[in-house]
Design a protein around this ligand. Structure first.
Ligand code: ZN
Length: 658
């Protein structure tokens, strides 16, 4: 008996390895097939092979471990393959459930589910150990049971998708009329620089009132431009936010929402509009989500981006590894072929080369710089200038992969938090200096006289204000409010003059940028006005002859929506008048909170208990709004919008105007 077991050892491990690879390849094939079935997913047919290999490589060690466990408990060999296959599939389901269905690996709920799952597997092992002789009659039944439960667990999240919430509640919507658009100036064809700096909090810029001198160059630029005091993003992380900025659609409509979804060709980007109108177009991105592979190159004659790894960005397993930080080095997904950030100096050189090569032809350039994004690694001089303690090492980046309020990070040590913020501010300081260089280079070339420059960020950043870190996990103002500064050349506004040093107090959104640029340059969307675009032009704020501070153009009653989805968790918000309702839902829990967005801009005091009637009313509006937006979602296939929905969207939209 002993010698038989010893003889079988190599073959046992080999069989475990083969079974693990087989199980991995099977699950990889399932994942790739699911992705290939949707036009919104990153994976292309030729990616199926690396995806299958990726899964096989991940599952192979699981097979060996299962074989070793089986040997320890002297399981009959006949059962081994089944045990390994079920164990691998079970591991996959539990791990995957942690990052999709459950609110992250570290929440109480996830840990409970994991413990129950582990107990079930152990119980299975004990039962088999106690009854080693009677494997054959039960094998089929067990296999069926295991396969059925794995299948149910795998399919469950798809069944609880939040796309269809049943019949909509009736909501009364008043149209939001805006004053007439100012008079048209004579046609010019200005250049456009749309500059997005990733992860830049508005309130960490000196021009927005920050105490530290983070941004002298941005402040100088703002003093010569129009600064929007309150600009909101549509969501709190890069990919859906930039897609919204480029299309003026909410994420529910452009449907480029989740980790591996792409912006489909049906989405009409502002770059496409300018290219059709005859502008030369170029994109320069340092963010691995804003890339050709994710559909962001549409409309650009040239697009200089960082190639994302299909494995990290495109598979469920990759998403799990990415979100749990297993393949993340210093905050960057460096483990699977995603290039580290290149730095804005490299991006700026590409931009200026493009400007020089364009000559007298009008151009449209998009820039996405990454400096304030994790990792916070400024030059030591910039960090010290922003209060970082001299002679100390940089603090490790905060890690937080859950969603608020389902889970929260522990209270940080104040010294750690101060270091992190000083490092972040140092990144802003270094980036601002380089931004100043770009503006100066454009000035030297005479380009300030014929270029519209928009400076914005795609979202903010949290430093544990509500128990989280970084972004993409909540809809509070620290992650949703962003800087927006727009500078117009004099010639564009002739015979009027552009505003210089103006501060606009009403609420703008990133979705307004595309309609504003289209309006300023007096070009048209090739497919005409579409109700799916919900931004409005900010031209009246930019060219009016009013004084330094204007607040009358954008009404305070403007409804402002926010959303972030990590399926099947969905966070939604609606600012309606002074109230901001936040709703966070998963299949297992729903949280609602209500803030006075005017008197409590930091969202520190939840008023939901005191205002049940307002809550019900705003929630009904929120549901109606998202039902309409989702009903026209782009799925990679042209879909006709019925006239009634188009009319409703127009009425519900931020404007009803352009
Ligand atoms: Zn971003």
């Amino acid at each position: 008996m002993t010698s038989a077991t010893a003889d079988a050892r190599p073959s046992l491990i080999l069989r475990g390895l083969v079974a693990g690879i087989g199980a991995g390849a099977f699950v990889g094939l399932l994942d790739a097939s699911r992705a290939l079935g949707s036009a919104n997913e990153l994976i292309q047919p030729h990616d199926a092979i690396p995806v299958v290999l990726f899964y096989a490589a991940w599952f192979a060690p699981c097979g060996i471990v299962a074989a070793l466990v089986a040997r320890r408990f002297s399981w009959p060999f006949r059962m081994l393959d089944l045990v390994i296959a079920l164990g691998s599939a079970w591991f996959f389901v539990v791990a995957w459930a942690n990052v999709t269905v459950l609110p992250g690996f570290l929440s109480g709920l996830s840990i409970t589910v994991d413990l129950v799952a582990a107990a079930a597997v152990i119980a299975l092992g004990v039962v088999r150990y106690r009854a080693p002789g009677e494997d054959r009659p039960h094998t089929g039944r067990w296999a069926l049971l295991g396969a059925a439960s794995a299948l149910i667990a795998f399919l469950m999240p798809f069944a609880v998708s939040d796309r269809d919430d049943g019949p909509p509640p009736q909501a009364a919507w008043a149209p939001s009329p805006y004053g007439p658009d100012g008079g048209r100036q004579k046609l010019t064809r200005p250049n456009v620089l749309l500059y997005v700096v990733d992860t830049l909090r508005h309130d960490h810029l000196s021009s927005y009132g920050y105490a530290k001198p983070t941004s002298p160059e941005v402040d100088a630029f703002a003093a010569d431009a129009t600064r929007f005091e309150d600009c909101r993003a549509a969501t709190s992380w890069t990919k859906p936010s930039v897609a919204s900025l480029m299309t003026s659609m909410m994420p529910s409509t452009h449907a480029c929402v989740e980790h591996r979804e792409v912006l489909v060709p049906e989405a009409e980007t502002v770059a496409e509009v300018f290219r059709v109108a005859g502008w030369r177009t170029a994109g320069f991105s340092d963010n691995p989500f804003v890339t050709r592979e994710f559909g962001f190159a549409q409309g650009f004659d040239s697009f200089d981006g960082t190639r994302p790894s299909v494995l990290t960005m495109g598979t469920l397993l990759g998403k799990g590894l990415f979100m749990t930080g297993i393949f993340s080095v210093a905050g960057n997904p460096a483990g699977l072929g995603v290039r580290d950030e290149r730095g804005c100096k490299v991006i700026h050189k590409g931009l200026l080369d493009f400007v020089d090569a364009s000559g007298d032809k009008p151009w449209f350039a998009y820039v996405q710089a990454m400096e304030p994004h994790l990792p916070y690694e400024p030059s030591i001089d910039d960090a010290v200038a922003m209060g970082f303690p001299q002679g100390e090492r940089f603090a490790a980046p905060p890690r937080f992969t859950g969603m608020l309020p389902f889970m929260q990070a522990p209270e940080p040590d104040p010294a750690y938090k101060a270091k992190i913020i000083a490092q972040y501010d140092g990144e802003i300081r270094g980036w601002s200096r380089q931004f100043g260089v770009v503006i100066e280079e454009l000035r030297k070339r005479g380009r300030l006289a014929d270029t519209v420059i928009v400076l914005a960020s795609d979202h903010g950043e949290e430093f544990h204000e509500h128990g989280g870190w970084t972004h993409g996990h909540s809809l509070h103002r620290e992650v949703m409010q962003v800087p927006l500064v727009i500078r117009l050349p004099d010639a564009l506004c002739w015979p009027s003059v552009p505003s210089r040093g103006r501060v606009v107090e009403g609420t703008a959104t990133l979705l307004d940028i595309a309609p504003t640029l289209v309006d300023l340059c007096q070009i048209r969307y090739p497919r005409g006005e579409e109700a799916t675009r919900v931004g409005r032009t900010l031209r009246p704020e930019l060219v009016s002859s009013e004084g330094k501070k204007v607040s009358k153009f954008i009404p305070s009653t403007r409804p402002i929506l926010g959303e972030v989805t990590v399926s099947p968790m969905a966070l939604r918000s609606l600012k309606d008048g002074r109230w901001m309702l936040l709703r966070s839902s998963s299949p297992l829990q729903t949280f609602r909170s209500l803030y006075d967005d005017v008197s409590d801009p930091r969202h520190m005091h939840d008023k939901i208990e005191d205002h049940p009637a307002e809550t019900r009313e705003i929630e009904a509006k929120l549901d109606e709004f998202f039902r309409r937006l989702s009903s026209v979602a782009l799925t990679g296939h042209e879909r006709a919008i019925d006239p009634e929905t188009a009319e409703e969207l127009k009425r519900l939209g931020y404007t009803g105007g352009k």
